[in-house]
Design a protein around this ligand. Structure first.
Ligand code: FUC
Length: 808
């Protein structure tokens, strides 16, 4: 190493860092020196209208409409979502409100479309057409020229103001004319299943849609306010339908609000009769009207400003560039080009940022958690109810929330958990009564709580059938991760610890002694695995055993941090040693079932779930210090293969990242983009499920930064494809924000912003030769742990920069 070179490089970089502070970056990092990269998802034609709207066919037993699913562009604020088609003749904007539910397929109820907004523009031959979502702004645009006039539409759904705002402008004074004809979909009278009534009323510039869905006694209301600048506005009422015509306005702003009488509460889950879950006397009318009134009073410019402040506060925390080449082609072409040749990595970068866009758009405090399709459904009956599937899907939605610096998007799940907990406790007692009565506690509180797969905003179920009780520990893992990434001890004390403790109490009672020392979950099932066409129910599947281990282990860590001890915790200390969770079989595989010898003897060989690898990801029991298990995990991943569905590829990607194999992780990511990504960059199981988007976003972060082994490991699974790049703002456990610049596969600088203080342990090849500097350029000491690891103390709020000697 040439010391003077290192010194010069270091000084240069430090100057840059100082400059970044001076230029006003609140959390200055190297990358933020560079200008912000603007990401757009765009097309040069509207979403098609093949077979007319509602051309809903069935695919794999579920409703399916290619135009909506593949081509429309989603925007959302957690409460509601809109799908934009961007048409110029008759525009279609389909609206979803997350709490609007009908009976649905399984009788347990499911998300149903709220409304359709049709705008008759009658522009038939547009030129210079484009539609886009600017994901740095969460604003969607439509631009074109018709008869020499330029038309622009702008759409965003503001979270703080909870309204959809649309603005229409044209290059000519008095150029904006249209007729707005909203529709309430899926109306059915009370003689039919899925009864839904609804009507519209118009008063001057305001259309009100209101109605009732019998199944859960849902009252709903939507309002559309049309505010033209100049021109003429007229309205018409035709029976239960209403319309507004604007002619020759200079510009028009529309504000749209929607709501229902849904109320997240303990009672909702405790009540079994579906029509009594909500109060039919409660009306959302005032709530919706006041949203409209407040938005109108605020005005377009302020609404937009508030929206941008809110959204960008979250979105702009992270930067990531994986390539310097940004192709100037539409997103659908980008995807097609990628299918033919994967050497341009811009789409891989874009998908990561799009994932963060989607998460912010679907999961905000006060809204329901992100469902299986986020906050978007045009269907009467949404595939799998659009609900919160707990044998992997809902958890996958949040896997990337913490390391991509969006921890607060997990809050809706915590609120949802608080509401369902009393029911989850009673389900635990019921489950134990049925399956393991001898373990029942005298005080039912000591039975803990449980949750099974098919959960909706109206109902939770216990585990059983195709998925064992480990589903609950997949759930508590999110709580533990939230704590580890944020270091929020009050969250640990008030939320995570009680949740994990309650889960350990339940899981401990699902264990049955086997032989001298073993304790096996019995009955147990590895999610959705079947043998000879039947659910395979057995004792001690790896899924259940390892998840009991994970939950118990997190409980022990939490109780140590909180300095709590009691008889139960002491019991867990011994119980955890009797689980024998991971077994290696004769094919060198991680066994999925204890009685399995060779890989694939029991169950489907290429099954989409890799539940026995949940200890590799999102769990931590299989890690670098358990090399035999790590090797067996690789054998399992190889044997299972990547020919699978959307979210299932995403799980494999994260698992490969944990084996530190950047090439294999990248290979499955690439396959996922080629095979499971749609032209609007939603991803498909199929059908469209948003879990794949989030699982892969998490996977990208996991490749670039790991922190589950007691140290921070930047670029832990860097593939050759991303040999040069940089990121800022990814988060490691311990609440450290990391910014890394790398070139030719080697880190040149690593910056750590310590957000909670504490010791920082970093692992990276050659790190002992790097130089550490404090924020003001002062040289700082670190302790060498080994050739690849160093340790240093940090102060809360301070940044530390490691500069690597130039590679020889
Ligand atoms: C799990 C998966 C299914 C589907 C459903 C929503 O049960 O096994 O494939 O994704 O969730």
């Amino acid at each position: 190493m040439n010391f003077s070179n290192v010194f010069i490089t270091a000084c240069l970089l430090i100057c840059l860092v100082i400059n970044s502070v001076q230029s006003g970056y609140a959390q200055g990092t190297f990358s933020r020196l560079k200008s912000e990269r603007i990401y757009t998802v765009w097309d040069d034609e509207p979403a098609p209208n093949r077979g007319g709207d509602f051309n809903i066919t069935k695919a794999r037993g579920y409703p399916y409409d290619e135009d909506w699913e593949l081509r429309s562009y989603p925007i959302g604020n957690g409460y509601m979502g809109a799908n934009l088609f961007g048409r110029t003749d008759t525009e279609r904007i389909q609206l979803t409100e997350k709490t609007l539910a009908n009976e649905g397929l399984y009788g347990i109820g499911g998300l149903t479309s709220f409304a359709e907004l049709n705008f008759e523009f009658n522009h038939t031959n547009p030129t210079n057409y484009s539609r886009s979502i600017n994901i740095n702004e969460a604003i969607s645009y439509v631009n074109y020229v018709s008869d020499g006039v330029e038309y622009t539409r702008e759409h965003f759904i503001s979270y703080p103001d909870n309204v959809l705002v649309i603005r229409l402008t044209s290059s000519r004074d008095g150029g904006v004319s249209f007729t707005l004809k909203p529709e309430i979909p899926y109306l059915r009278d009370s003689t039919q299943k899925n009864t839904r009534t609804g009507k519209m009323e118009v008063h001057e510039d305001l259309i009100t849609m209101s109605g009732f869905i019998e199944h859960f006694s849902v009252n709903y209301k939507g309002q559309i306010k049309v505010i033209p600048d100049g021109g003429k506005l007229s309205s018409a009422q035709n029976g239960d339908k209403a319309e507004i015509t604007v002619s020759k306005a200079n510009s028009v702003v529309l504000v749209i609000a929607a709501g229902t009488n849904y109320k997240l509460s303990n009672e909702l889950f405790l009540e079994d009769v579906h029509s009594k879950k909500l109060d039919p006397e409660s009306l959302p009318h005032e709530k919706v009207s006041s949203l409209i009134n407040a938005a109108v009073a605020k005005g377009y410019e302020n609404l937009k400003k508030t929206h941008l402040q809110d959204y960008q506060n979250l979105f702009s925390r992270v930067r990531l560039t994986l390539t310097s080449e940004i192709p100037k082609v539409s997103t659908k072409e980008l995807l097609e080009n990628y299918k033919a040749d994967t050497t341009n990595h811009f789409l891989e970068e874009l998908m990561f940022h799009y994932g963060r866009y989607l998460l912010i758009s679907t999961s905000r405090k006060g809204t329901l958690p992100c469902g299986l399709q986020g906050v978007w459904s045009q269907y009467e009956v949404t595939p799998f109810t659009g609900g919160f599937w707990h044998n992997i899907n809902v958890q996958m939605n949040y896997w990337g929330a913490f390391n991509t610096n969006l921890a607060e998007t997990f809050t809706p799940y915590v609120e949802f958990f608080d509401a369902y907990l009393p029911k989850a406790k009673s389900l635990a007692t019921e489950y134990l009564k049925k399956h393991n009565p001898q373990a029942l506690a005298t005080d039912s509180l000591d039975n803990g709580w449980t949750i099974g797969t098919g959960t909706t905003p109206h109902k939770i179920v216990g585990p059983g059938g195709h998925s064992g009780p480990g589903t609950g520990a997949l759930t508590t893992k999110m709580f533990w991760d939230y704590y580890e990434f944020t270091m929020d001890t009050s969250f640990l004390r008030e939320k995570a610890y009680p949740a994990i403790l309650g889960m350990s109490k339940f899981l401990s009672k699902t264990l049955v002694p086997a032989g001298d020392s073993l304790l096996l979950v019995n009955p147990s099932a590895s999610p959705e695995q079947k043998h000879n066409g039947e659910n395979y129910i057995t004792a001690g599947t790896t899924f259940d055993q390892e998840l009991v281990w994970e939950n118990h282990n997190d409980l022990l860590k939490a109780s140590k941090i909180l300095d709590l001890t009691n008889d139960f915790i002491e019991m867990v200390q011994t119980e955890i040693t009797r689980l024998d969770p991971i077994l290696v079989g004769k094919s060198g595989q991680i066994k999925e079932f204890r009685e399995e010898e060779h890989y694939g003897e029991i169950g489907e060989k290429q099954h989409r779930h890799i539940s026995h690898l949940c200890a590799l990801y999102p769990g931590t029991l299989i890690n670098s210090s358990t090399q035999d298990w790590m090797d067996a995990s690789i054998v399992t991943l190889n044997l299972r293969g990547n020919n699978t569905t959307g979210w299932a590829m995403a799980h494999r990607m994260n698992a490969r990242a944990r084996t530190k194999d950047g090439e294999k992780a990248h290979e499955v990511y690439s396959k996922f983009i080629k095979e499971r990504t749609l032209p609007n960059l939603w991803t498909t199981h199929p059908p469209f499920q948003i879990d794949g988007n989030f699982g892969c976003m998490a996977g990208v972060a996991e490749m670039l930064l790991q922190s589950h082994e007691g140290y921070i490991e930047p670029l832990a699974a860097l593939p050759k494809a991303w040999s040069t790049g940089e990121y800022s703002g990814l988060v490691a456990r311990g609440n450290f924000e990391l910014s890394v610049v790398w070139k030719d596969g080697q880190a040149s600088s690593i910056e750590v912003l310590s957000r909670s203080g504490g010791e920082c342990r970093l692992k990276y090849p050659g790190i002992e030769n790097a130089a550490l500097y404090g924020r003001n350029g002062e040289s700082t000491n670190f302790r060498r742990v080994d050739a690849e690891s160093i340790l240093f103390g940090t102060e809360k709020g301070k940044s530390y920069v490691l500069i690597f000697p130039e590679n020889k």
